[in-house]
Write a protein that binds this ligand. Structure first.
Ligand SMILES: Cc1cc2nc3c(=O)[nH]c(=O)nc-3n(C[C@H](O)[C@H](O)[C@H](O)COP(=O)(O)OP(=O)(O)OC[C@H]3O[C@@H](n4cnc5c(N)ncnc54)[C@H](O)[C@@H]3O)c2cc1C
Ligand code: FES
Length: 258
């Protein structure tokens, strides 16, 4: 797998809504090599700080353009949102191991569920694009309606969508994991793919285990180097500690120790 450190030209960097942003940059090397679930590590500012790069999932590629979506949370993402088109960003990528989906695409079964919590939609749109022929069911959970992102993208890929919000402002009222349990009572899929907050992934791992379903989970640990050198992102697995940035971020639910 080719990993590059590049100065990538920003094509666009726009607010989607609230504190959610969409950024596109130019890089044929990253676009040609990216797989769903992989991420890029961005030096968000040309100045001294923030010192550490910020990891952001690859949301999609088109030609030599790479797409990201991000939520402005702290000073790193704040600095990223201030970057303008035609400026250059120092980016390393594509990094990590993404979702395993190739056999699935060949099998052509409509029996796969993608489950996104909040910003977890970012890599799952890219995955839905790659497995378009299998038309997965997509469950998206968020606190409230206007925190739900990417529904047009999933619909345009032919996915069936079900929403869950904590306040009931869209779709099922409650957690997306409770919606998943209801869906599983009706039909058992062959695979689950998920990205989102840690507690959500932990619950999905338990549900997958109880239902004997394979689940691939993309973890969002805090990172420092992003390339496997500092051990700042390790998680416990049945095979010992593993680095989320290098061995993940996607892991099989059965290998993780929560
Ligand atoms: C593999 C990977 C892929 C990611 N993909 C995306 C993405 O596509 N879009 C997106 O918006 N965000 C993504 N994130 C999370 C993103 O990296 C953090 O939100 C970002 O680094 C926060 O930087 P900040 O300086 O703005 O906030 P900080 O000031 O560093 O932190 C602000 C808040 O965000 C929390 N936070 C910081 N880093 C992380 C992290 N790595 N995971 C979870 N919470 C964190 C902090 O605990 C704090 O509460 C991803 C993280 C990883 C590890
Ligand atoms: S962030 Fe340094 S090893 Fe993962």
């Amino acid at each position: 797998m080719k990993i590059a450190q590049i100065k990538a030209k920003i094509i666009s960097n726009k607010r989607l809504k609230r504190n959610y942003w969409h950024l596109e940059f130019e890089s044929s090397i990253i676009a040609n090599n990216a797989q769903p679930g992989q991420f890029v590590n961005i030096k968000v500012s040309d100045g001294l700080g923030p010192l550490l790069r910020r990891p952001i999932s690859i949301h999609g590629v088109k030609g030599s353009t790479v797409k990201l979506i991000y939520e402005v949370l702290g000073k790193g993402t704040q600095a990223l949102s201030a970057r303008k088109p035609k400026e250059f960003l120092d980016i390393i990528g594509p990094l990590g191991n993404g979702f395993g989906y190739k056999q699935l695409a060949k099998a052509g079964k409509a029996k796969n569920i993608l489950i996104a919590g909040g910003m977890g939609v970012a890599p799952l749109v890219f995955l839905a694009e790659k497995i378009k022929p299998v038309k997965p069911l997509v469950l998206i959970g968020a606190k409230t309606k206007n925190q739900i992102l990417c529904t047009p993208e999933f619909k345009s890929l032919g996915c069936t969508l079900k929403l869950a919000t904590d306040d009931g402002s869209a779709g099922f009222k409650g957690r997306v994991t409770d919606l998943l349990k209801i869906v599983l009572e009706q039909a058992k899929p062959s695979r689950l793919f998920s990205c989102g907050p840690h507690p959500m992934l932990k619950t999905i791992a338990r549900i997958a285990h109880e239902n004997k379903i394979n689940a691939q989970l993309s973890l969002e640990e805090h990172m420092a180097c992003g390339i496997g050198a500092c051990l700042g992102c390790v998680v416990s697995t049945k095979a010992g500690y593993k680095r989320v940035c290098k061995d993940g971020p996607v892991f099989s639910s059965e290998e993780l120790i929560w």
